[in-house]
Design a protein around this ligand. Structure first.
Ligand code: AGP
Length: 367
């Protein structure tokens, strides 16, 4: 066991440290010079141009990757996207018109609800693309096409490197679709590729900043409740940050679209409540800062995760973690790193079973 952990205390920590490699291994086979080539898509340019709608279906963290995917596909490739929890999808009688592409995301490729959603989609005549980590798994075998995330085996129940690779697969698809549809220029593709190539090193840098986050986490070991807030893509990151925390530390946490706070949740904020605010989208800085002020004036302690250079945030935050610059669509890949580390150190500090949290299984094969 110790040997398999390669000197790390837990599989989760090891896997977090494998993220730069998982990211590289997922994008590099699909970069051909200044172009993105996804052979396994098996779709002609005409077929890609005919995509009218994408439906992303998944569970847990894979669902959160899908929520980020919605913002990326819509913002970058201008294709409308619906994201569904696989366990809900079948029961809402989904409308799949001609030109609907279903994307099922799954690390294990064995999640029962995701597999059922895949079968349902095929029965309804949709084309299904699987984004899967485990080679030869059920979802990989049954999908019309499969795009593997090359994260390697993931042991810790809390996903880190598989989630990060899922994001990369979604970015690659969005760039590719956007280019074929003529809404992403050659120059933009080039610049996205440059940003992709920088991500592994940037993730590494954030991981190496772990002591700062560990110190901060140690102050919050006794927290009863944590709120994660963000807008747009940052809301998607908040959901993943919140799930990471609750699954391995057993601290209750919730993710809220920051603008929704005042519609109910803000009543829960009291002296000392920890609020983690994610702000990577420049056009939303002002709105986010005003939400942070709203909670801090009610006594919350505000941790902010934001881009380098956003010094303005310091007037509304008690503690700030800066992430390096990338384009707005890829910021999720960086902002999630401090949140993973935060959950990890809280879990370790509270003496929880980091790799095998109570009541959870790595792969959920019951519906
Ligand atoms: C994430 O940390 C979870 N353990 C869980 O939400 C997981 O992402 C979900 O069960 C989906 O699993 P899959 O990717 O293997 O389908």
């Amino acid at each position: 066991d110790a040997a398999e952990k390669g000197g790390y205390e837990h599989f989760m920590l090891k896997e977090m440290y494998e993220q730069p490699k998982a990211i590289t291994d997922t994008f590099s086979p699909r970069l051909k010079g200044s172009e993105i080539v996804i052979d396994e898509l098996n779709m002609t340019d005409e077929e890609i141009q005919a995509i009218r709608k994408i439906m992303i279906v998944a569970c847990g963290s894979a669902y959160h990757a899908g929520v980020t995917g919605k913002y990326v596909f819509e913002g970058m490739a201008r294709i409308p996207v619906e994201v569904d929890l696989a366990s809900e999808f079948r029961y809402r009688d989904p409308i799949m018109e001609e030109g609907t592409l279903v994307i099922v995301i799954s690390q294990s490729g064995e999640t029962a609800d995701s597999l059922a959603a895949l079968r349902e989609s095929k029965e309804r005549g949709a084309k299904v693309l699987g984004i899967v980590n485990v080679v030869g798994s059920s979802i990989a075998r049954e999908a019309d096409n499969v795009m593997y995330t090359w994260a390697g085996p993931e042991i810790a129940v809390a996903t880190t490197k598989a989630y990060s690779s899922q994001l990369i697969a979604l970015y690659l698809l969005a760039i590719k679709f956007g280019k074929v549809k003529g809404v992403v220029s050659k120059e933009q593709v080039y610049s996205y590729i440059e940003d992709l190539k920088r991500l592994p090193e940037q993730v590494e840098m954030l991981l190496n900043n772990k002591v700062k986050i560990q110190k901060f986490a140690n102050r919050y070991l006794a927290a009863h409740e944590v709120f994660f807030i963000g807008r747009g893509i940052d809301y998607a990151i908040s959901m993943e940050g919140s799930l990471k925390l609750k699954e391995i530390s057993y601290i209750h946490s919730e993710a809220y679209a920051a603008g929704e706070l005042k519609h109910g949740t803000i009543s829960l904020i009291e002296e000392g409540t920890l609020v983690a605010a994610v702000l990577t989208q420049k056009e939303l800085y002002k709105k986010m800062i005003s939400n942070m002020v709203e909670v801090s004036t009610r006594g919350a302690f505000v941790l902010a995760v934001t881009n380098e250079g956003n010094d303005e945030v310091e007037r509304a935050a008690d503690y700030v973690i800066y992430i390096p610059e990338t384009n707005k669509f890829f910021a999720n890949s960086l902002a999630i790193i401090p949140l993973q580390l935060f959950s990890y150190y809280i879990s370790v500090g509270r003496g929880c079973d980091v790799d095998k949290p109570r009541n959870l299984a790595k792969s959920v094969t019951v519906e």
